[in-house]
Design a protein around this ligand. Structure first.
Ligand SMILES: C[S@@+](CC[C@H](N)C(=O)[O-])C[C@H]1O[C@@H](n2cnc3c(N)ncnc32)[C@H](O)[C@@H]1O
Length: 554
């Protein structure tokens, strides 16, 4: 990866910066079946020859969407008596792409398809008018579009050349936090819509729930747009290459907010979907649910079963969040090089620089199996330590100076090349805590007495109010899973991410409001790992009715 661009990079044509960067450009091509589905559901086939129809493909790759559009155009032109001029046809479709090799492929394939209806000269004219070798986010787009359709690139912030990222952020307010490039594609795509126009993207589902998607969610919920349909492709392979996150198709129109059709499977009929959206009628298929409650400012979208969502919303109204109830959520320390900073007891460095460590591996069995490892602490109360005060530590770290200096954190502060990314807090190791691994198929909550410091793939909860054994019982009785499943998107193999932003959503009663007998029972359930007891106490505690219990599986 090469994001270290020269200082004069701002002077270079911006597309050259992309070419100079060796990072992945998010090239994941869409399978035909999905392209056909999205185009049919957006109503393009019957609208394509209308004069006001203009279609934008913001990241056209090797032409997956454009080729299908060109075929439809040729077929429909044969049927219509209303002759469109070549100039009008040349303005009908616009496709952007930063990779010239992808564009070359798209150009050749398009010419071949167009030759079915147009002369060689006219095909060449159309292809040259349609394709733009430009960065879509920085290009000047002329006019508005009735349809924006495609599969935007998925490029993480650290892989976007810095000068370009800062321009994107100036232009697109939704690209906040650690927003991926596709967030900007949504914003610019929505801005490009004519009134009534439709944007249809296939893309990872992360943004509908996570922190960096919040401004985009707020934009969509601003009253100017409606989410027409959302199709979760969990467990499907819609691309030619395997991806680690789960994709979804979202169609958003520039219409007043009304309802969203949540589609359960891509085996739903796209034409029926289009008709149900247009006629605002009741969906005929069981695979399509009409929902009025999608979108609430910046809040995550809750697209699961609507009755399950209603239970979560009731609990949120009646109970405070974990933090409001006096629990704190922390993330274990990231070092930037565990091979160097995680050591065995016999490594010869000053005793007070070694903090006993617990890792996700140590709790894999569901209990703590200590690996006898230690985390090197490069901090004290005043900040990063001076290595001259710790000669043994200095000798050890200096042996690894090259590796440690190449970390991002060391480059930003070269004189502190030996510090870990996160501060290590020995006093937190000494606190009783609940440990939760970052990614798992099931929520795991392990009690730790107060000796070990968690490392980076572990979250941990400490509390001055709640008894942690009792809290462990509440979380494991199903309350933790209910909130996490509602707010977290799934990652590879259907695993959930137990990130702090999701853990913070969990609601629990105030400890001081619990009757002494309830407290005792919860503590007992936690200490003895008695799931049945925990579930029965938790049902009473949250007033969970039998029908709610059936819905949420508690
Ligand atoms: C996910 S692929 C999708 C390609 C095609 N639309 C499809 O569905 O198969 C995204 C494409 O966007 C291109 N790309 C990346 N950044 C871009 C940018 N800033 N402007 C235009 N295209 C970009 C990549 O080169 C890649 O071909």
């Amino acid at each position: 990866m090469n994001n270290q661009l020269p200082l004069d990079a701002f002077d270079a044509p911006l597309i050259e910066l992309w070419h100079a960067s060796e990072s992945d450009k998010g090239e994941i091509f869409t399978k035909n079946q999905i392209v056909h589905f999205m185009i049919a559901a957006s109503g393009i086939p019957h609208a394509i020859t209308a004069r006001k129809t203009r279609i934008l493909e913001p990241s056209c790759g090797q032409g997956e969407f454009l080729i299908h559009l060109a075929k439809i155009l040729c077929d429909e032109l044969k049927k219509t008596s209303d002759k469109l001029s070549l100039t009008e046809l040349g303005q009908k479709i616009v496709g952007y792409e930063i990779s010239d090799s992808n564009l070359r492929v798209a150009r050749e394939k398009l010419k071949k398809v167009l030759s079915d209806h147009f002369s060689e000269n006219d095909s060449n004219y159309l292809v040259e008018s349609w394709l733009r070798h430009e960065d879509f986010l920085l290009a000047e787009c002329e006019g508005q579009f009735s349809h924006v359709i495609g599969n935007p690139p998925y490029i993480r912030v650290e892989n976007i050349p810095k000068p370009i990222l800062s321009l994107y952020r100036q232009k697109f307010p939704t690209m906040s936090d650690r927003a991926d490039i596709y967030i900007g594609f949504f914003e610019k795509g929505l801005q490009s819509l004519a009134p009534g126009g439709k944007l249809s993207f296939i893309c990872t589902d992360r943004w509908i729930k996570n922190q960096y998607g919040r401004k985009l969610r707020a934009l969509i919920d601003s009253g100017r747009f409606n989410v027409d349909y959302y199709l979760d492709l969990f467990g499907k392979d819609p691309f030619h290459r395997k991806v680690l996150t789960y994709p979804a198709i979202t169609q958003i129109s520039r219409n007043q907010k009304s309802r969203t059709l949540v589609v359960q499977s891509d085996s739903a009929c796209p034409i029926e979907l289009f008709n149900t959206i247009e006629t605002k009628t009741k969906p005929k298929s069981d695979l399509i649910n009409a929902r009025e409650d999608i979108g609430n400012g910046e809040s995550p979208w809750l697209l699961g079963n609507s009755s399950e969502t209603a239970v979560v919303q009731r609990l949120e109204r009646q109970f405070p969040s974990l933090e409001e109830a006096g629990c704190k959520i922390f993330i274990g320390a990231a070092t930037g090089n565990n091979k160097v900073f995680v050591v065995d007891e016999d490594v010869d460095i000053e005793f007070d620089r070694k903090v006993p460590l617990v890792t996700a591996k140590d709790i894999r069995t569901g209990a703590i199996v200590e690996g006898g490892q230690f985390l090197i602490n490069t901090y004290d109360e005043d900040g990063v330590v001076d290595l001259d005060d710790y000669p043994k530590l200095k000798k050890y770290l200096t042996k690894h100076k090259d590796a440690l200096s190449s970390r991002h954190v060391a480059k930003t502060q070269p004189q502190r090349w030996y510090k870990t990314i996160d501060r290590v807090y020995p006093e937190r190791a000494k606190r009783e805590k609940l440990l939760i691994p970052d990614i798992k198929s099931n929520l795991t909550v392990i009690h730790e007495n107060g000796r070990l410091h968690p490392n980076n793939s572990l979250y941990y909860i400490c509390s001055d109010t709640w008894d942690l054994r009792a809290l462990q019982a509440v979380l494991l009785a199903g309350i933790g899973r209910l909130f996490i499943e509602t707010y977290s998107t799934k990652v590879a193999n259907g695993f959930l991410r137990f990130q702090s932003q999701h853990l913070r959503r969990i609601c629990i009663p105030h400890w001081e409001n619990l009757h002494a007998s309830v407290r005792d029972e919860l503590i007992k359930a936690g200490e003895t790992n008695n799931h049945t007891l925990a579930v029965s106490v938790v049902k009473d505690l949250y007033n969970i009715t039998d029908s709610e219990s059936e819905l949420i599986g508690i």
